[in-house]
Design a protein around this ligand. Structure first.
Ligand code: MG
Length: 384
């Protein structure tokens, strides 16, 4: 495929309601789309960066700045070296730095190229990955944030709604002081629910964290699927100590920013369940390798979400068909959390969905929504 140019779109979306975590509250959800235009058609990619970032991921503004001020040109330089032909999508990650900003940029660029390749070849992303979907579809998990004013009734109502919709796994956001009470209440209301807790790295360990350690041990009685990212991301040795102490499996999310980190976490015994985010790891190819490593290591994994539109989430749904993803991923419909979802997404029925079977990733922004909510668009032509 010959490159004709790239368009970068920044779109001003918002969450339906704010989602509280121990690391901050998500309200605005601006999205950065990459559109690659070739002589054989186009492809679309979505960047996973959030408005305010996370403790380990840079904010979307930083990504926008990086890509519009030279970052996206890496693709043009690579095409120039090939006489105008695009590199294979599987090579995109090697064009970007192996740091959090580089991996998020790579994730968006790789998705756009892969979408163009697969559309041109007439193959769906699930076919390309070699994933398998049984007749019932891929199971869907969901996240419930920390509510305003710590209102327990809001958490219980949200979990009730999800269970009623057939959701296969519910993940409660927790923080020191907002942990035992909501988990006890949800467990009482739903004794058989696959329940997990996500602390986003908020607890302390060692001499200064004795109180936090007691709190975490107290969570063992709730029969959680796993306790996600209890301690700050860099600290793998302390996660390993905690994993040895708790009956509840320790899951890592923010700690798994690269394949190298996943290898280290598994070697330390710090990661008993893995939350793998394609956007954070650098893209679909990276997440395919990560889930294969988890599978061969006997570590259950699930696809983690970053409140994507239907495009990013369709890619995640296809990834979830890979055999290493043995737990339900964050695959609820974007209509549940975005005021406006510019990209179509498969219907979730009875807590399951079928990833798009159409060529490519199987979703793209609606041009009218892009016009209406678009904040900025930058066109970078390939000039040979
Ligand atoms: Mg998490």
């Amino acid at each position: 495929m010959k490159l004709e140019g790239l368009a970068l779109h920044r779109v001003g979306l918002r969450m339906r309601r704010s989602v509280g975590t121990s690391a901050g509250t998500h309200r605005e959800r601006p999205v950065l789309f990459v559109q690659v235009v070739t002589d054989e058609g186009e492809g679309w990619g979505e960047c996973g960066a959030l408005a305010g970032g996370t403790p380990v991921d840079p904010p979307l503004e930083r990504l926008w700045g990086d890509l519009t001020s030279g970052g996206a040109d890496r693709l043009l330089v690579a095409a120039r070296a090939r006489g105008g032909r695009l590199p294979a999508s599987s090579q995109v990650q090697s064009l970007f730095n192996a740091d959090p900003a580089g991996q998020l940029a790579s994730g968006a660029m790789e998705m756009a190229l892969l979408d163009a390749e697969l559309r041109s070849a007439g193959r769906s992303l699930t076919e390309h990955l070699g994933g398998s979907v049984n007749g019932a579809g891929v199971p869907v998990g969901a996240v419930v944030g920390i509510p305003p004013d710590h209102r327990l009734d809001l958490v219980l109502a949200a979990v009730d709604d999800l269970v009623e919709a057939g959701c296969r796994r519910v993940r409660l956001k927790i923080a020191p002081g907002w942990d035992v009470q909501p988990l006890a209440a949800v467990r009482r209301a739903h004794p058989g629910l696959a329940l997990q807790a996500d602390a986003n790295g908020a607890y302390r360990w060692g001499a200064t964290g004795v109180r936090d350690a007691r709190r975490l041990v107290a969570l063992d009685r709730f029969g959680l699927v796993c306790l996600e990212q209890p301690l700050p991301a860099p600290d793998l040795p302390s996660h390993a100590e905690l994993a040895a102490l708790l009956e509840t499996p320790v899951c890592l999310d923010e700690s798994l920013g690269s394949h190298r980190r996943l290898v280290d976490a598994l070697r330390y015994g710090a990661c008993e369940v893995a939350c793998l985010k394609p956007a954070r790891l650098g893209g679909i190819e990276a997440v395919r390798q990560a889930q294969a490593l988890c599978l061969s290591s006997g570590v259950p994994a699930f696809v983690g979400g970053l409140f994507e539109t239907g495009l990013g989430r369709a890619a995640n749904a296809a990834a979830a068909t890979l055999p290493g993803f043995t737990l339900a991923g964050d695959l609820t419909s974007p209509d549940e959390y975005l005021e406006v979802n510019p990209c179509p997404y498969p219907e979730v029925r009875g807590g399951r969905l079928h990833p798009p079977a159409t060529p490519g990733v199987g979703s793209a922004p609606d041009p009218e929504v892009l016009d209406r909510y678009g904040l900025e668009r930058v066109w970078i032509p390939y000039d040979g």
